[in-house]
Write a protein that binds this ligand. Sequence first.
Ligand SMILES: CSC[C@H]1O[C@H](OP(=O)(O)O)[C@H](O)[C@@H]1O
Ligand SMILES: Nc1ncnc2[nH]cnc12
Length: 294
Amino acid sequence: MSRAPAPVIGIIGGSGLYQMDGLKDVAWRKVSSPFGEPSDELCFGMLEGTQVVFLPRHGRGHRIAPSDIDFRANIDALKRSGVTDLVSLSAVGSLREDLPPGTFVVVDQFVDRTFAREKSFFGTGLVAHVSMAKPTCSRLGDAVVAACDALGVAAHRGGTYLAMEGPQFSSLAESRLYRGWGCDVIGMTNMPEAKLAREAELCYATVAMVTDFDCWHPEHDAVTVDQVVSVLVGNASKARSLVKQVVPLLGGHEGPCRQGCQRALEHALITAPEARDAAMVAKLSSVAGRVLGR
Ligand SMILES: CSC[C@H]1O[C@H](OP(=O)(O)O)[C@H](O)[C@@H]1O
Ligand SMILES: Nc1ncnc2[nH]cnc12
């Protein structure tokens, strides 16, 4: 029987995280995607024998606004680079008193309120519907929590991330509404990223790093970039330590994901083979090559 390929760990760095340190044999390389321009070159390196591919979500220098990130190009480029497991690092506002700034929340659910983004690799010509019932990979979540515990970083397991369009922060009415919906943290980037990672059959987990209480909090009436950035600096160095701790844990994993993230497309394609658009099929050679036989 052939062995499963060794895991390759993708890291998407959010606000404040534009490069990784501690990697060996580092090379930044441009990876082209038929879906558009990834946010930046991808940074390839090794960490304790495991291959890591890092991508700064907003580009180095934080050039790209949330609505302008080409999420499809980013996920496609990571998949083309061999990534199997993807850890997303994100700054978020807190919607709960007991999740103060500095807390890392390993979210496991999302509410998608974004509306101005391409949300699927598929569409007319090749239609697919994947399940988003469990949008994150519990194996990755377990590894992140274990790594936080080993580092003494306060981590909260589970939570719902409300993805808003931005770039403005939310109004008081919106912030209260999202709290009423039972959401725990708020950000602008994890959707459609998580949906696309699922379509690309990647295991995906998010570490949501709290930088502020959103505006609902009586003692924090407005969110400001200054406030977010000052907490980000501390969060970013903890995040770098977290990556160093979690990569070897994930790199040691053998075999397919038991939750089925890596088989998400198995029963998702609905367009009959003879009715499929050839150009779309070609474009999907990396994302869906496994089920398209390419
Ligand atoms: C700098 S505060 C707002 C900004 O930070 C978050 O980005 P990311 O998830 O990439 O860390 C948030 O979603 C906004 O894009
Ligand atoms: N309060 C907030 N709302 C949306 N995105 C954020 N990123 C960091 N803090 C945020």
